[in-house]
Design a protein around this ligand. Structure first.
Ligand code: FES
Length: 130
């Protein structure tokens, strides 16, 4: 590229930006397929999803997945209790909405929520869309 060719430089930068954006779009990360029988109603199960640990619960026949680490002080939420769509942390009793991850006890806290795909008699946790 010739010095002073700013239009050519702009075009080249746009090309690189487009390629970088395209490379960031990728398929969601998938956890292992866990048989539904291993997840009784109201009990939590810890599932590894890449580098992250996810707490999975079944409530009223629907499976929900949230980050395992409590944002208050780091307890494992998979050991928590579910009460009417609210997840109660075993350490200090903070409540979170299982569906949205919203903090109920402390609205400034929020859990990361993961999509759960049902596949025959198993479920698979996936990474949330970016
Ligand atoms: S660690 Fe969860 S409420 Fe304190």
């Amino acid at each position: 590229m010739r010095y002073g060719n700013f239009d050519g430089l702009r075009t080249q930068l746009r090309t690189w930006q487009t390629r970088a954006a395209a490379s960031r779009v990728s398929a969601p990360l998938r956890g292992p397929a866990v048989p539904a029988a291993e997840l009784p109603e109201g009990k939590g199960l810890r599932v590894q999803l890449g580098e992250e640990v996810v707490a999975v619960f079944r409530c009223n026949g629907t499976t929900y997945a949230v980050q395992d680490r409590c944002p208050h002080a780091g307890a494992s939420l998979a050991e928590g209790v579910v009460d009417e769509m609210e997840l109660i942390c075993p350490a200090h009793g903070y409540r979170f909405c299982l569906r949205t991850g919203r903090g109920i006890t402390d609205p400034t806290l929020r859990l990361k929520v993961y999509p759960v795909r049902r596949e025959q008699d198993a479920f698979v946790v996936e990474s949330p869309p970016e």
